[in-house]
Ligand binder design. Structure first.
Ligand SMILES: [Zn+2]
Length: 358
């Protein structure tokens, strides 16, 4: 009698698609009028790809895109919930993924505390506070306190802040199993995509800025809807902010500091500085990283880049296009042409890549 070893299928191999987290500084820099995003054949952990995996019916260990949101004392939960949804709606709309089906796949939850590594969530959004930084939120001690340096110059004074890391964002990682590399049998959430705002800033809501822009009533009415706000309502507000080209404005706080320093009679001073700032432009930028966007002004060797759809030159050959939210060119409250062209390119390419592995 002869025994045959039954030949087993080769064990499933798991490969991780990992995206880096970006530390995002507050330096204003010129974009070179390109967008930049992750390599599209490695971008399966982005929010847009996670949605596509669900949409295309892949066997997954997540049924929806759960978002854990941790507020702070200065950035209240209802405002942060609305503004997080607004940032998601802006990127979904720009990438052509905005619809009720996808919106229903997103589950936003405000919690007192979110762990950055909690794989029960596909996305973690944390407004960090100095008094309650947890070990998982230190992320290689990305953030540091800012200081304000003042020097007397004759009868006047010059006060300046250093550059400061404002936020951190990345797409996390997704694992996939296969018997044959061209067909994925299942996918799993290995680490959530993340957004972390610096604990050394008093982050506040957009409420005042919205009032100044004439959108105060709309903002408060959507905020009061909480869980029940619809994608159509969010898209409407996103488009209004875009039409108004809303950006964060200097609030004149440094003028007060200069006056106080001049009154102090000191020749120079270095003081700790904790700015109070609306968080939305940082949130919008970091959610961009969750969607797979890279820095347009400093894309890195493994980014895919391309020209902005709206790039225009004037008669002297100077570029007149708005710069990119993903370059921190300005503190945009909306996505510019650069951002829109970039996310649309990434969503289209990563969908084709994912579809080819069904
Ligand atoms: Zn960044």
């Amino acid at each position: 009698m002869k025994f045959w070893n039954k030949k087993h299928l080769t064990p499933a191999i798991m490969i991780l698609s990992t995206g880096l987290s970006f530390a995002c500084r507050s330096i204003n820099s010129d974009s070179d009028l390109k967008w930049a995003h992750m390599q599209s054949d490695r971008a399966i952990s982005t929010i847009n790809a996670r949605l596509q995996l669900l949409e295309l019916g892949f066997k997954a260990d997540f049924k929806d895109i759960s978002v854990c949101i941790q507020n702070s004392a200065t950035y209240d939960a209802p405002s942060l919930l609305l503004e997080t949804k607004l940032a998601y709606a802006a990127w979904l709309e720009a990438g052509g993924q905005g619809n009720d089906e996808n919106w229903a796949r997103l589950k936003f939850e405000s919690k007192a505390s979110c762990n950055m590594q909690d794989v029960n969530y596909s996305s973690i959004v944390v407004i960090s506070e100095e008094a309650r930084i947890t070990p998982d939120q230190e992320i290689s001690k990305t953030f540091s306190k800012n200081s304000l340096t003042c020097k007397r110059l004759g009868m006047s004074a010059n006060c300046s802040t250093g550059s400061m890391t404002m936020g951190l964002g990345g797409p996390g990682s997704i694992g996939y199993r296969y018997f044959k590399p061209e067909t994925w049998t299942s996918v799993s959430n290995r680490s959530p995509s993340t957004v972390l705002l610096s604990p050394y800033v008093n982050w506040i809501s957009l409420e005042k800025e919205m009032s100044k822009a004439g959108l105060g009533e709309l903002y408060t009415s959507l905020r009061s809807k909480g869980e029940t706000v619809t994608y159509a309502e969010l898209k409407d507000l996103v488009l209004k902010m875009s039409e108004l080209k809303m950006v964060a404005k200097e609030d004149g706080r440094l003028d007060e500091v200069v006056k106080a320093f001049l009154a102090s009679k000191k020749p120079s001073s270095i003081e700790p500085y904790v700015p109070t700032l609306p968080g939305y432009h940082v949130l919008l930028h970091e959610v961009g990283h969750q969607f797979g966007m890279n820095h347009a002004d400093n894309p890195g060797a493994d980014s895919e880049t391309g020209p902005s759809a709206g790039a225009k030159q004037d008669e002297n050959g100077n570029w007149t296009t708005e710069l990119s939210t993903m370059a921190y060119a300005d503190d945009y409250y909306y996505l510019t042409e650069d951002d829109r062209a970039g996310i649309l390119d990434l969503v289209t390419k990563s969908r084709a890549f994912i579809e080819s592995h069904r």
